[in-house]
Design a protein around this ligand. Structure first.
Ligand code: ZN
Length: 201
C-alpha cells in the first residue's frame, strides 16, 4: 500500500531498474514500436487493472477505461481509441470487461448520483428497463446489479460490432474478434460471457 505520492516515484524507479536488469533491451524495443494484439475496454474502478489481472506486460494491451466500461457512439474519446487500435495498431481482439459490484451500474440503477456521472451512466438504467430486467425479479439488489453489469457488457459488444472502423477493417479483410467478459472482485476471476463475435461474421 502506497501512502505518499513520493512512494509512487520510488516504486517506479525500482520497477524500471528491475526490468532493465532482467532484460536490458526491454525499453529500447518498446520505445521503437508498440504492437499490442488486444484492445481492452474496462471500468475505471481501481480494483480492475487490465495488465495485472491478465498477466500482460507493457506493450501487450492497448487500454481504454471509463466508468462502467461504456462504448458510446457520441463519445469521441472511445471512438478515437477504437479508430487507432483497429486501423493503426491492427489489434486482433477487443475485450469489453465489466465487473460485478460496479459502482457506476449501481448508481445508474438506484439513480443515486447527479451531474455528468448521472448523464454518463443513465443509458445503463434505460438498458435494464428496456430488457425488462427489474429488481423485483431478483432476491436482492446485489444480484440485480451484477446481472445488469453483464448485460451492460453484452450491450457494448453489440455496439462495437456496428462501429464504422470495425466495418472498414472487415472490408479490407482484417478480422477482429470482440469479446465480453466480467470480472469478480470477490475472487479475481474473469468469466467469459460467451458473446464473442467477429467483425467478419
Ligand atoms: Zn465499475
Amino acid at each position: 500500500m502506497s501512502d505518499s505520492i513520493s512512494d509512487l516515484l520510488d516504486n517506479n524507479a525500482r520497477w524500471a531498474g528491475k526490468i532493465q536488469q532482467e532484460d536490458s533491451k526491454f525499453f529500447e524495443r518498446l520505445a521503437a514500436q508498440q504492437r499490442p494484439k488486444y484492445l481492452w475496454i474496462g471500468c475505471s474502478d481501481s480494483r480492475v487493472p487490465a495488465n495485472v489481472i491478465t498477466g500482460l506486460a507493457p506493450g501487450e494491451v492497448f487500454v481504454h477505461r471509463n466508468v462502467s466500461n461504456r462504448v458510446e457512439n457520441t463519445d469521441r474519446n472511445i471512438l478515437a481509441v477504437v479508430q487507432f487500435a483497429v486501423l493503426s495498431l491492427k489489434v486482433k481482439h477487443i475485450i469489453v470487461c465489466g465487473h460485478h459490484d460496479c459502482g457506476g451500474v449501481g448508481a445508474a440503477l438506484t439513480r443515486s448520483t447527479d451531474g455528468p456521472l448521472r448523464d454518463w451512466v443513465s443509458p445503463i438504467r434505460a438498458l435494464a428497463l428496456d430488457k425488462k430486467c427489474l429488481q423485483s425479479d431478483f432476491d436482492n439488489q446485489k444480484d440485480w446489479v451484477n446481472r445488469v453489469c453483464e448485460m451492460n457488457v453484452e450491450d457494448q459488444v453489440t455496439t462495437l460490432l456496428q462501429n464504422q472502423y470495425l466495418k472498414e477493417a472487415a472490408d479490407s479483410g482484417q478480422q477482429i474478434s470482440v469479446h465480453g467478459w466480467v470480472y469478480s472482485l470477490q475472487n479475481g476471476l474473469i468469466k467469459d460471457l460467451n458473446v464473442s463475435a467477429s467483425n467478419l461474421d
